[in-house]
Design a protein around this ligand. Structure first.
Ligand SMILES: Nc1nc2c(ncn2[C@@H]2O[C@H](COP(=O)(O)OP(=O)(O)OP(=O)(O)O)[C@@H](O)[C@H]2O)c(=O)[nH]1
Ligand SMILES: [Mg+2]
Length: 195
């Protein structure tokens, strides 16, 4: 309760320019083809772009929900995954994208996500899992994806927790479509309250 009041005042003072702007480092992770670079470019330019698979990490500074996010877009193909850990030191949040329309790769996505969730260095880091591409008619439902990724054992309850109020690592699933510009804003709202 006090945490809520304090964060309300902090947000108010920040919006009045009386407090320095919050900064946060976030990493965009997930298998290749999940839509990480498409999302990052949508956030940056407000439009869709065609991207080749990401070979080298990119970083951008973006203003989202009043926070200066330093974002790292790391490739998701197998060799690129080996360097994820080099970028995860002092990370404030993880955006983990999954292609919700590609059931053939749910198991692989669950394994990679599980590895990250088990990493002691990330034990307190909030994870927003994005079930992307729900514009594709065969995409999994939120419930199916939650089960397929084994999220029930890791989930926090409720999407609207405040920083410091949760006993366990905050983790939520947001269904979205970058192409249709829907669903991901909620994930950043949620993350912005936690970093
Ligand atoms: N239908 C649909 N396609 C999408 C959506 N978001 C991304 N894509 C497509 O998915 C493909 C892969 O997108 P990328 O952003 O390059 O994927 P990535 O996660 O950065 O992949 P790597 O760089 O290889 O790790 C592209 O063809 C995108 O146009 C979406 O919301 N809906
Ligand atoms: Mg990419």
């Amino acid at each position: 309760m006090f945490g809520g009041i304090i964060s309300w005042f902090t947000d108010l003072f920040r919006s009045l320019g009386l407090l320095a702007q919050k900064r946060a480092k976030i990493c965009f992770l997930g298998l290749d083809n999940a839509g990480k670079t498409t999302l990052l470019q949508m956030l940056r330019d407000g439009r869709l772009s065609l991207n080749a698979p990401t070979l080298y990490p990119n970083n951008e500074e973006l203003q989202i929900c009043g926070i200066r996010f330093r974002t790292f877009d790391l490739g998701g193909h197998e060799t690129a995954r080996r360097i994820w850990k080099d970028y995860l030191t002092a990370v404030d949040g993880v955006i983990f994208l999954v292609d919700a329309a590609d059931r053939t790769r749910f198991e692989e996505a669950a394994e990679e996500l599980g590895r990250l969730l088990d990493d002691p260095a990330l034990a307190k880091v909030p994870f927003a899992v994005l079930g992307n591409k729900i514009d594709i008619p065969v995409a999994a439902s939120e419930d199916e994806l939650r089960h397929s990724l084994g999220l029930y054992t890791h989930m926090t309850s409720g999407k609207y927790v405040n920083k410091g109020e949760q006993a366990v690592r905050p983790l939520e699933l947001f269904m979205c479509s970058v192409v249709k510009r829907m669903g991901y804003a909620e994930a950043f709202d949620w993350l912005a309250k936690l970093v």
